[in-house]
Every structure is written in C-alpha cells, then in structure tokens.
Design a protein around this ligand. Structure first.
Ligand code: IPE
Ligand code: IPE
Ligand code: MG
Length: 236
C-alpha cells in the first residue's frame, strides 16, 4: 500500500463493551484484547509500519473497580514476562511509556528486563503506554528539565528541549492515530505528539480489530493530504 504511516498510535478501546455484548464479564474483553494486540504487532510490521504505540492503561484507569485493575495489571505483568522470546524472534524493540514510579516493583523490574533484552532489535518499535497520561508526561518532563538545568535554560526552553524530555524522546510523532469502538476523543493520550496526526475512528471494538479493519484505516490515511500548516505542491 502506498503512503503507509511510519508511526501508528492506537487507543485500544471497547474491551468492556465487547464482553458485555456477549454476556461475559468485562475482564473477558481484556483477555481477548491482549491476544489481538500480540497479533497486531506482526500485522503492522508486515504493512511497513515502523512504530506502533498503544494505550493500554491510562493514569486515570486506576478509577476502575479493583478487580478490573488487578486483571489488567496481571495481563501486563504476564506480557512483560512472557513476550521476550516472541519479541526476539520478531526482532521487535519493546518500550513502556508512562509513570513507571506508580507501578509495583516487580512489574517495573519485568519492564526493565524486557526493554533491556530488546533494546538492540531493529524491527518494529513497539511502545506500550502504561500508567500514562499526556498531561502527566508533560509535567514530568518540565520537572525533569528544571531539576537538571538552571533558570536561564528554562527561560529559553525550546520545543525540541521539551520533546527531548518526554517519554517518547527520540521517536517520531504519530502519523496516524486510531481509536476503536466509536468514541471520538483523546482521553489524555500523547497530547504533545499528536499535533499533526491524522485521526481515524473505527466502530469495531478492540477485541474484534483485525487486519481488514487496519486496512480500512490505512486506506483512509493514504488518501489524506497532510499540510502541517503549509500548502502542498500544486496548491500554491
Ligand atoms: C479498553 O477497553 C481497555 C482499557 C481502557 C484498559 P475499556 O475497558 O475502556 O472498554 P469500554 O470502553 O469500557 O468498553
Ligand atoms: C482510554 O480509554 C485509555 C485506554 C484505552 C487505555 P478509556 O476507556 O479509559 O477512556 P474514556 O474514559 O472512555 O475517555
Ligand atoms: Mg473505554
């Protein structure tokens, strides 16, 4: 396909509604959603996409019932522990963005081990947003910069300086952002990075997302004209 995004970001939404529709507990939707995500990493790489960033748990999702939070943390723990082999086989580099300080110690250790084991891989750059909030990320970045630099530096702070202190430092901004299950909002995801991203809202819930649904989003993306505030050739 022509004109594939370099960086695809996805708000994985609708696990709970998917399960409810089937008469299952919400947690069943999260289990199915986790399977779909594993497959999607391979599918997007085969499309020529280099970066995949997914919203798995927001800094606001702690407000969910405790059994749901516990299941989501268990799935994330299992992923960090069990996916080293598959990531190595697929040459995939895995990173986690978000406030890791808010996570349990054992989960932090598993994340560090997975990030470290895959850091030399040159295939898909797979990033999981976990205990992530866009506003929180910006505040943490400013605090980090102000603890490392003097007042003069802070007075002259540039966009590049701030971007370099974000969790996504070194990554290109998303070209395309997909949100599944019909809601058309950002819910505090990648606020800084999506300044010029194209948005695509899919009706299907995340546990039903598949290659055909991805193709629809990529087709829509490839037909769009990105102008970044300027004009493209022929419009002048
Ligand atoms: C997305 O599905 C997964 C997380 C937010 C962790 P939801 O759990 O938000 O499912 P809905 O939106 O309630 O259907
Ligand atoms: C956003 O979805 C967070 C994730 C997908 C992890 P939510 O389901 O939490 O968002 P709202 O509450 O509907 O805005
Ligand atoms: Mg939701």
């Amino acid at each position: 396909m022509a004109n594939v995004p370099v960086h695809l970001a996805i708000i994985l939404d609708g696990n709970g509604r998917w399960a409810k529709k089937k008469g299952l507990p919400r947690n069943a939707g999260h289990v199915q959603g986790a399977h779909v995500l594993e497959d999607m990493c391979e599918i997007v790489w085969n499309k020529g996409i280099k970066y995949l960033t997914v919203y798995a748990f927001s800094s606001e999702n702690w407000k969910r019932p405790s059994d749901e939070v516990a299941l989501l943390m268990k799935l994330l723990r299992d992923y960090m522990k069990n996916s080293v082999k598959r990531a190595m086989k697929n040459n995939m580099r895995v990173r986690v963005i978000g406030d890791k300080n808010g996570l349990d110690e054992d989960l932090r250790v598993s994340i560090a081990e997975l990030e470290d084991a895959t850091k030399g891989n040159t295939g898909l750059n797979f990033t999981i947003a976990l205990n992530y909030g866009g506003r929180d990320e910006i505040v943490r970045a400013v605090r980090k910069l102000s603890s490392e630099h003097d007042a003069e530096f802070m007075k002259n702070l540039s966009e590049d300086d701030l971007a370099s202190a974000l969790d996504t430092s070194g990554m290109p901004d998303p070209d395309l952002l997909i949100r599944t299950c019909g809601e058309e909002r950002i819910s505090n995801f990648l606020l800084w990075q999506i300044s010029y991203s194209e948005f695509y809202f899919a009706d299907c819930a995340w546990p039903d997302f598949n290659e055909a649904e991805l193709d629809k989003a990529l087709e829509s993306y490839s037909s769009r004209t990105r102008r970044f505030g300027g004009l493209v050739k022929g419009e002048e």
